[in-house]
Design a protein around this ligand. Structure first.
Ligand code: FE
Length: 134
């Protein structure tokens, strides 16, 4: 198992933007259609904005129409964790970075084939590296 990255809230506050801290460390949600990647079709690898772990490939990105970047599969299932989220009177499955526990978004079972899953991820939780092999 990979080494976990654990930092205090103050340390994260120093490294992240206010919006990144709100979404990634405080389980917030960016406004739909506001993020820089919801419409992106550039090839590359989307990594965790907090720790750089490669999370999603542009090859599994699809246009969900929701206003958030959406993927039907993670690059490596070991790189993400899912947790039950019952906040806001909903039953959802939260997606977090396995390495640093950053909140990424949620996964729903209404995605396209071959998985039928829709990983609905906040743009601010991601950094696209266009030079990385997908
Ligand atoms: Fe991370």
């Amino acid at each position: 198992m990979k080494e976990k990255i654990t930092k205090t809230a103050d340390e994260w506050l120093n490294e992240l933007t206010v919006e990144q801290f709100h979404v990634c460390r405080d389980k917030g949600t960016e406004r739909p259609f506001s993020g820089k990647y919801h419409d992106s079709k550039e090839p590359g690898v989307y990594s965790c904005a907090c720790c750089g772990e490669p999370l999603f490939s542009s090859e599994t990105k699809f246009d969900s129409g929701t206003g958030w970047p959406s993927f039907y599969a993670p690059m490596d299932p070991e790189h993400i964790h899912t947790e039950v989220d019952t906040s806001h009177s909903m039953h959802r499955t939260e997606v977090v970075c396995a390495r640093c526990d950053a909140h990424l978004g949620h996964v729903f079972e209404d995605g396209p084939q071959p998985t039928g899953l829709r990983y609905c991820i906040n743009s601010v939780s991601l950094d696209l590296d266009e030079d990385k092999e997908t």
